[in-house]
Design a binder for this molecule. Structure first.
Ligand SMILES: *Cc1c(COP(=O)(O)O)cnc(C)c1O
Length: 378
């Protein structure tokens, strides 16, 4: 049995090696390393895939969030509502720009924001909401859209973990995550569902003016060469990464299907274990399983992790500490309520290996060992 890993990027590469190698060599031969035809081609492929008018590639997902907030004209003192149960990047850029992060709790089943939670956090200073589509499924966007409309707030989607997920609105329309709010931000970090071989990210929007502004900000605020309309960043997607991503994008739906198949295997194997809660599905979203995250009840999480580790099975805790309790954010912004769900999740979640190359033998071995642990416990 191949060694079990959280992600298997080498195995994935081997299957598309000749296509990837050709794409990289074409870049090297053309000596067009920044912007140029490969970046344009990937941008257009991603616009088609997401069914969105504009994709603006940039250096990484964190920059995408920063460019979004700069481009939308958020000013120091403005409040931005963000979940306390997420990766640090989301709240980091809010703080960096002198905005006030307002950290709120999440739904205990889907781990995502809800309209109700957001509404409780709104003040006269609130300007934007950042729904993070955590672990691979969409936040329930209809109620959030209603709150945003009612209070005239912008929606900046953090879609770093859910590219390819499809959300169906109340009226029957559907859209891919990232293409729902004013702007969606994503990451091509290697282990993300659409991963480059280095850093990368993108913004997407259907708004022409915002798109033009984001594009300038990502490139030193330049309107034309050496003419700077805005203070910007140097945040561009390398052509080599774009070429790799353009190849991998063709396989993204197959990759998603492979992740969903592994998730189904886990779901069925764990259905009878009372002390485990398998991932709840948002009814109006597909789930692309960036992570397969269990809730381990009654304080057994750390023992289970250790037990699996001793049997050669890696697992990860996403995330061990609420953002409002991180040293860097002490005294920054504010939190709303006691964030009890976040606190409890940080103590009970465990993510199992899930990736595009998992085979049945590996899945069976992982499931047997998880079951074994609970049989010994109880
Ligand atoms: C990965 C990630 C980011 C940041 O992306 P980078 O490309 O690593 O900068 C932002 N938000 C979430 C939720 C992420 O998972």
């Amino acid at each position: 049995m191949p060694k079990i890993q959280m992600v298997d990027l080498q195995g994935q590469y081997r299957k598309i090696k000749s296509e990837i190698d050709t794409a990289i060599m074409e870049c090297v031969e053309s000596a067009s390393f920044i912007n140029g035809p490969k970046v344009k081609a990937f941008q257009e492929s991603l616009e088609r895939y997401l069914d969105v008018k504009h994709v603006i590639p940039c250096g990484n997902g964190t920059d995408a969030l920063q460019i979004a907030m700069m481009g939308m004209g958020l000013k120091p003192g403005d409040e931005v509502i963000v979940p306390s149960f997420t990766y640090v990047a989301t709240v980091e850029v809010i703080a960096l720009l002198g905005l006030n992060p307002v950290m709120v709790d999440v739904d205990e089943d889907t781990f995502n924001l809800t309209g109700e939670i957001i509404e409780q956090a709104i003040t006269v200073h609130t300007r934007a909401i950042v729904p993070v589509h955590l672990f691979g499924q969409s936040t329930d966007m209809d109620p959030i859209q209603k709150v945003a409309d009612k209070y005239n707030l912008s929606i900046i989607e953090d879609n770093a973990q859910s590219i390819g997920a499809i959300y169906t609105f109340e009226d029957g329309r559907s859209a891919k995550t990232g293409a729902i709010g004013q702007v969606g931000c994503t990451s091509f970090y290697p282990s993300k569902n659409l991963g480059a071989y280095g850093d990368g990210g993108a913004l997407c929007t259907n708004n022409d003016d915002l798109a033009a502004k984001f594009r300038m900000i990502a490139n030193h605020g330049q309107s034309e060469k050496y003419h700077h309309k805005y203070i910007g960043l140097n945040s561009r997607l390398d052509a080599i990464q774009a070429a790799i991503l353009d190849v991998k994008l063709k396989y993204l739906d197959d990759y998603i299907a492979a992740r969903q198949k592994a998730a189904k295997y886990y779901d069925e194997a764990f259905a009878e274990i009372d002390l485990l809660q398998t991932p709840a599905r948002q009814p109006n979203s597909t789930h692309v399983f960036h992570q397969y995250t269990l809730i381990v009840k009654e304080g057994h999480r750390d023992q289970l992790k250790k037990f699996l580790h001793e049997r050669g099975i890696p697992s990860m805790i996403y995330y061990p500490l609420p953002l409002n309790e991180q040293e860097a954010f002490k005294g920054r912004g504010r939190k709303v309520g006691d964030l009890l769900v976040t606190k409890s999740l940080c103590q009970s979640v465990l993510s199992l290996p899930i990736h595009t190359e998992m085979n049945e033998e590996q899945l069976a071995y992982i499931c047997e060992n998880v079951k074994d642990f609970f049989e010994k416990m109880c």
